[in-house]
Design a protein around this ligand. Sequence first.
Ligand SMILES: O=C(O)CCC(=O)C(=O)O
Length: 289
Amino acid sequence: MTKALPQFVLKNEPTAEETAFFQEYGYIYYKGFFDLQTEIEPVQHGIHDLLSRLLSIKGYSLERQGFSLGEFDSGLQELLKKDRAAVGQLYDMCKALPCYIALAAHKKHEIVSRALLGSSLVGFAPRGYGIRMDHPNEEKFLTQLHQDYISQLCSQHGVVFWSPLRHTDQPLGPVKIFLKSHKDGVFPIIKHEHSSKGLQIQNEDALRNRFECITPEVGVGDCVIIHYLTLHESSPNLTQKTRWAMLSRYFDFNHPSGAAYGWKGGIQEGNFFDQVHPELTVLADAGSP
Ligand SMILES: O=C(O)CCC(=O)C(=O)O
């Protein structure tokens, strides 16, 4: 049976207790973080409409149910079978939905990240936002064990907001979060190639065993906030539906780690971990760092 995990409800800003929880465990769960009707539904509606647009451009007449909160992506599984590349196009289209962008940059993210990070000055990680689609039985795009800092690089002190558009229970594949791992700093990386997949945490299995792992089921409208240094990874989607999740990232301008190299962005901006941290990088076919 899954262990019941603490859930908080955000009032105006995080309380001292919530901040202390986040700083101790490296994550926090907020129930009802987004309003279903005014904040979530427009994004789901937008996705539904984009899918219709894509199907019509492609000339596919797939059978679709009308929009509902649970079935906003009706027709997607058929499209996956018919034309996987078109689904990749949908992935890019979703990120451009104005109602989603407004949510990703919503003031409450700034308020919450300031409080959790104890910073008066936070930034919105450029190109650190997006909507993940994890399809049934498709493992290629699942994230491996990682710390977000490795690919974001703006600052070691940051947070990622993770909020699903479909209720994420165990079969749909919650994020695995390794509690308190943020306290150990940046872990050394084995560099295989120039991509986030190519950056592998050294001694992955030993780290998985060292920290307690949780897999929080997350409801639509709820949000899990994870520290940039907390180890986490995807779990597989074992259902027949796509797992949808919105992510956005905020970082602390006041932390010395970002200031040291001018808050350079990460992989999306063409900057790589080994350029900033040669002392923590080992090449795949070399010895220890
Ligand atoms: O949604 C997931 O499974 C993990 C997402 C994640 O860690 C990431 O995109 O950096």
